[in-house]
Design a binder for this molecule. Structure first.
Ligand code: SAM
Ligand code: SF4
Length: 491
């Protein structure tokens, strides 16, 4: 999940579905034309917008924060829940006036909604000129130029190879401290509720050498933290013979230097002991002990795992096609505790009111939460998505009020657990990386500890991007408060 969403530590379905977006900032490098991008949804989308900005910069565009000034407006969209799509459609109407004032303006819909709706989007939304799916961003300059000549265009070709490995992203909304690095694209899992395999295509892993080079480049520019991104990072797999899993049809003995996720994590951790490494998302069926031991070996790999469970009931998990059950999940959590200890942060995604979920099965989610004691969770009620396995096979039979009531119970439970977990940090010394000024007061700064929790500290003799050793003195369910012990302690 993105910084913006992560700042809301406990996020309800309602909040998530309100669908916050990020816009481009002003970037003046002397290009003649202006691009405005609004990005919705997950971190992968924000990361993709940085690739889009890079492609467009090569073709004469600087970014702007004011869509009225733009020659081109892109909405990089999300389809994960119905509300996300409705928000984008509503937002398109806001651009009507801008386009009336500047008829030569080009408006593009990119990302998952573009991939899902294809030509239909051009028919339904007259204001849209180009529709481009997640694997076709290299074609954007051509499509924009054709649109400027009056020819609307669609490219929703899904690739088995595209990883944009050679494109240096233009960092958007950057705090200069933390950056995302996309390590793979697509998803080969077929969770029955999820639209992602249809909108982002087959899973493929990016060349690890280009990932390490990107981390080195960021570090040389002063960044202190990278987050390796993928829908299922634990199934990362790359070999030089065939540079992605989808094409891996050679015999095992013919393939040399297979890099798995644990290997990649180690390679990135070795860039510098002062570069923090995070990753998201882990899939409970794939996370290995090898990954956990690699995390243990390197102090700079943050002790935090986002391990979405979705439901605590094995029958519901089977209907969701998650390919693990409650026992398997709890066994993986035990492995995390055994190898990384109690201080490792664990978070989850939850869906309430999936097809046929009974009250008892919903209770299983609450009891599982009590056992795992998540530090925080992203919580949603089920939203049926056209074309998914669940939409084809199961009836969306749980009334909305019941889904929402169950969601409220899950949110209340998470709030209690977050507070309980945060109280365990009281009195402890923790190293935080300062990443900004506190939203509530200019005289306070905020940073994150290894477990990904926000820690507020008083201003002092340090700046954004410094490491500060703090003692935790107070907490709420969402935030820790600390006092400064040392600035930039020796590693
Ligand atoms: N790849 C990640 C994983 O498997 O955990 C999740 C990626 S998805 C973009 C983020 C979250 O959205 C999911 O974990 C799930 O909780 C939620 N989600 C996906 N489809 C949904 C749906 N149809 N209704 C409600 N929530 C959904
Ligand atoms: Fe969707 Fe499942 Fe893939 Fe996550 S692992 S993106 S929930 S299909």
């Amino acid at each position: 999940m993105d910084n913006l969403i992560k700042d809301i530590d406990i996020i309800s379905g309602e909040e998530a579905q309100a669908c916050d977006f990020k816009t481009t900032a002003d970037d003046n490098t002397g290009k003649s034309r202006k691009l405005y991008i609004e990005s919705y949804g997950c971190q992968m989308n924000f990361s993709d917008s940085e690739i889009v900005a890079s492609i467009m910069k090569e073709n004469g565009f600087d970014t702007t924060s004011d869509f009225n000034q733009a020659d081109v407006i892109f909405l990089n969209t999300c389809s994960i829940r119905e509300k996300a799509e409705l928000t984008v459609r509503k937002r398109l109407t806001d651009f009507n006036r801008a386009k009336r004032n500047k008829p030569e303006m080009t408006i593009g819909v990119l990302g998952c909604m573009a991939e899902r709706l294809k030509e239909k989007l051009l028919e339904e939304e007259k204001i849209v000129d180009v529709v481009v799916g997640p694997d076709a961003y290299r074609d954007l300059p051509n499509l924009v130029s054709a649109a400027e000549d009056g020819n609307k265009g669609v490219n929703t070709f899904l690739s088995r190879e595209e990883t944009y490995a050679d494109i240096a992203p233009v960092r958007l909304n950057s705090n200069g401290v933390s950056a995302f690095i996309s390590i793979m694209r697509g998803c080969d899992n077929m969770c029955s509720f999820c639209v992602v395999p249809f909108t982002r295509g087959r899973e493929r892993s990016r060349d690890p050498h280009s990932i390490v080079a990107e981390a080195q480049d960021l570090f040389s520019k002063g960044y202190k933290e990278v987050t390796l991104l993928g829908q299922n990072v634990d199934s990362y797999k790359w070999s030089p013979e065939e540079n992605n899993k989808a094409r891996l049809n050679k015999k095992e003995e013919e393939v040399t230097e297979v890099i798995n996720f644990a290997n990649l994590l180690e390679m990135v951790a070795q860039v510098s002991p002062t570069l923090r490494v995070r990753f998201s998302t882990s899939h409970p069926k794939d996370i290995t002990d090898e990954v956990l031991y690699t995390m243990k070996k390197y102090d700079n790999i943050c002790k935090y795992i986002h391990l979405p469970v979705q439901s605590g009931n094995s029958r519901v998990l089977e209907l969701m096609n998650r390919t693990y059950d409650r026992e398997w999940y709890l066994n993986r959590v035990q492995a995390i505790r055994d190898i990384l200890g109690d201080e490792c942060g664990i978070s989850s995604d939850m869906i309430t009111g999936f097809c046929t979920e009974t009250e008892e099965e919903h209770q299983d989610t609450l009891t599982l939460m009590d056992i795992v004691k998540y530090d925080f969770s992203y919580m949603f009620f089920y939203s049926e998505r056209p074309g998914t396995l669940a939409a084809k096979k199961y009836e969306d039979d749980i009334p909305l009020e019941v889904k929402k009531r169950r969601l409220a119970e899950v949110i209340t439970k998470q709030s209690e657990l977050s507070h309980e977990r945060n109280k365990l940090d009281l009195g402890k010394e923790q190293l935080i990386l300062v990443d900004g000024i506190s939203k509530k007061s200019d005289s306070e700064y905020k940073g994150r500890n290894s477990a990904n929790k926000v820690v507020i500290i008083p201003a002092g003799d340090y700046k954004i991007g410094d490491y500060v050793l703090v003692k935790i003195t107070d907490c709420t369910p969402a935030t820790l408060f600390g006092e400064i012990i040392t600035v930039n302690p020796a590693f």
